[in-house]
Write a protein that binds this ligand. Structure first.
Ligand SMILES: Nc1ncnc2c1ncn2[C@@H]1O[C@H](COP(=O)(O)OP(=O)(O)OP(=O)(O)O)[C@@H](O)[C@H]1O
Length: 265
């Protein structure tokens, strides 16, 4: 399916229009067109190597860091194209934050991890930084757990706490969109549950896009699901994109049905 424009009741936050992405001569994405709904959770699922992470990284130009990457088509954030010559990429990354698979804690204290971004963006007053820190840690339900150990190394936290700290760090710069690439896959079930709960709460104010291998997770947390797969030349395509309940109970494409019922992938 090449046209996945949807008629959302809510606003479109991100629009991908006929996007192709190449790593050198290898085409990793072909003709991807989709709208991401504002203040909703969108899950991208599909077999390994179909281009899920590549698509996610397009939304804040994270792929730019990879040598030899070429992008065709358009990505729009609030209707404004983000792959223009004059796009302020640092400002874009502030608006569209990212949380990775493994908690990428900085080797510094809990406090310094959180205020790193705000400081980078010019906030210097201690009272303001402390306010941001407390707000961000409360947003991820970590404040009560760490408030007495703010000056301790963040590495002392459990993996689940570290991942919530990474989400708090992303929130500290007041983004509008949060991209999460397999952000629970390194965590135990209890920590995963906490993060899923958190995603649900955050989706009231933020647009969230997740990549997950875990179909139960996609079914549990997301409002919309995009199913991708590879064509014979290994280029990733968007096969079907619809409300999550429809993808999991009444998919329109035979390939989606085969995937979600475990017949391939
Ligand atoms: N930096 C890179 N250079 C060259 N090829 C890459 C690069 N990153 C990814 N690829 C290739 O692009 C394709 C899509 O990769 P991507 O990681 O986006 O897929 P994915 O669906 O997220 O995979 P997985 O589920 O295994 O994480 C794969 O064929 C992969 O080998």
């Amino acid at each position: 399916m090449d046209d996945q424009m949807l008629n959302f009741e809510q606003r479109v936050k991100i629009r991908a229009q006929a996007v192709n992405l190449y790593y050198g001569t290898f085409q990793a994405l072909r003709n991807v067109t989709m709208d991401i709904q504002e203040c909703a959770i969108t899950a991208i699922i599909g077999p390994s190597g179909c281009g899920k992470s590549t698509l996610l990284r397009l939304f804040n130009r994270m792929n730019d860091l990879i040598p030899g990457v070429r992008v065709e088509g358009k990505i729009l954030l609030d209707s404004v194209p983000i792959y223009e010559k004059n796009t302020d990429v640092a400002a874009l990354k502030k608006r569209v934050g990212m949380v990775f698979q493994k908690p990428n804690i900085f080797p510094m204290s809990v406090y310094d991890n959180i205020v790193f971004g705000p400081r980078h963006h010019g906030i210097k007053r201690t009272a303001e930084l402390e306010g941001i820190m407390e707000r961000s840690l409360r947003q991820v339900a970590l404040w009560e757990e760490v408030k007495d150990n703010l000056k301790k190394p963040a590495f002392d936290l459990s993996p689940g706490q570290q991942q919530r700290l990474c989400i708090a760090r992303a929130l500290a710069v007041e983004p509008e969109v949060i991209l999460m690439d397999e952000s629970c896959s390194a965590l135990d079930p209890e920590s995963t549950m906490k993060i899923e709960e958190l995603m649900h709460n955050l989706a009231q104010s933020y647009t969230i896009v997740i990549v997950t291998h875990n179909m139960e997770q996609a079914a549990r947390v997301s409002d919309m699901t995009a199913f991708m797969m590879m064509e014979p030349d290994r280029a990733g395509v968007l096969v079907e994109y619809a409300p999550t309940s429809q993808i999991f109970t009444n998919p329109k494409d035979k390939r989606t049905e085969d995937y979600i019922t475990g017949r391939f992938g």
